[in-house]
Design a protein around this ligand. Structure first.
Ligand SMILES: [Zn+2]
Length: 265
């Protein structure tokens, strides 16, 4: 049975009160996830989409800020919730804070594991991360040759939508080719020169989980919802239009993922 509605799960880390809020359809094929608490356009877009259209939407809520901050001894430690999905990423975050304590690492890793056990990205047909950026800073152009994140991208597709802050970031070449036919900008994550920074896109790539990021400028709510609908139709509805039942689809997808994983390690 499909259940709809809203749930709240407490997920504290050290002294920080963190809630994981959920909207939409339980166990849906598509996971929608907003992990930066200051990216409120994304949060609204995700809630609206999950309630009116499709998907199982989750959102991290704590201080209204991007990073999770907690006390370690007498010092404040700041951790980006999009840099903790791999162990390497957690260590890099701790390094930035000049922390080398393996207990701190273990606590964050355990928190991450509890979070992933609820989100269950590996059971989904698609993981959609929702992010917002600020005008004229980070954009799809940041992935162009010579720019800050050039090494993280394998290919770029420029859409007719002129706003460079609104773009899809994908991990799979088929998704890239499909979404490149849209009017939106698309970035394909690199498989060769990718940095393991602990972000969810890296984690999903390593696990063979289909992942896209729908990224829009703060305040571009309509645009972000339209991009979400487009991506959902293009990557889910059109791909699974035949009448296979849910279980068969999942079994097929699982097999495919096992193959992808086996081909990588
Ligand atoms: Zn973000």
């Amino acid at each position: 049975m499909t259940a709809f509605g809203q749930e709240k799960t407490p997920l504290p880390l050290f002294d920080v009160d963190i809630q994981l809020i959920r909207f939409g359809e339980v166990d849906a094929d598509v996971l929608l996830y907003n992990m930066h608490d200051n990216e409120n356009t994304s949060a609204l877009a995700g809630r609206v989409f999950a309630e009116k259209y499709a998907g199982d939407y989750y959102e991290l809520i704590h201080t209204g800020k991007r990073n999770l901050s907690f006390l370690h001894g007498k010092d404040s430690v700041h951790v980006d919730p999009n840099r903790i999905y791999t162990d390497t990423g957690i260590w890099l975050q701790l390094e930035k804070n000049e922390v080398t304590d393996s207990l701190a690492f273990a606590a964050i890793a355990q928190w991450r594991d509890s979070l992933l056990a609820i989100l269950r990205p590996e059971d989904r047909l698609l993981v959609i991360a929702l992010h917002n950026n600020t005008a004229n800073k980070y954009s799809y152009k940041s992935y162009k040759p010579g720019e800050e994140y050039a090494d993280e991208a394998q290919d770029l597709s420029r859409g007719s939508v002129c706003d460079k802050d609104d773009f899809f970031f994908v991990t799979d070449i088929d998704q890239f080719e499909s979404l490149s036919k849209s009017k939106y900008n698309v970035v394909l994550q690199s498989t060769l020169t990718l940095t393991d920074d602990g972000s969810l896109s890296v984690y999903c790539y390593q696990k063979g989980i289909p992942y896209i990021n729908v990224e829009a400028q703060h305040g571009h709510l309509t645009r972000q919802i339209k991009m979400l609908v487009y991506a959902y139709r293009d990557l889910i509805e059109d791909q699974y239009a035949d009448k296979q039942d849910k279980q068969t689809r999942r079994a097929l997808k699982k097999k495919l993922r096992e193959l992808i994983r086996a081909s990588k390690f």
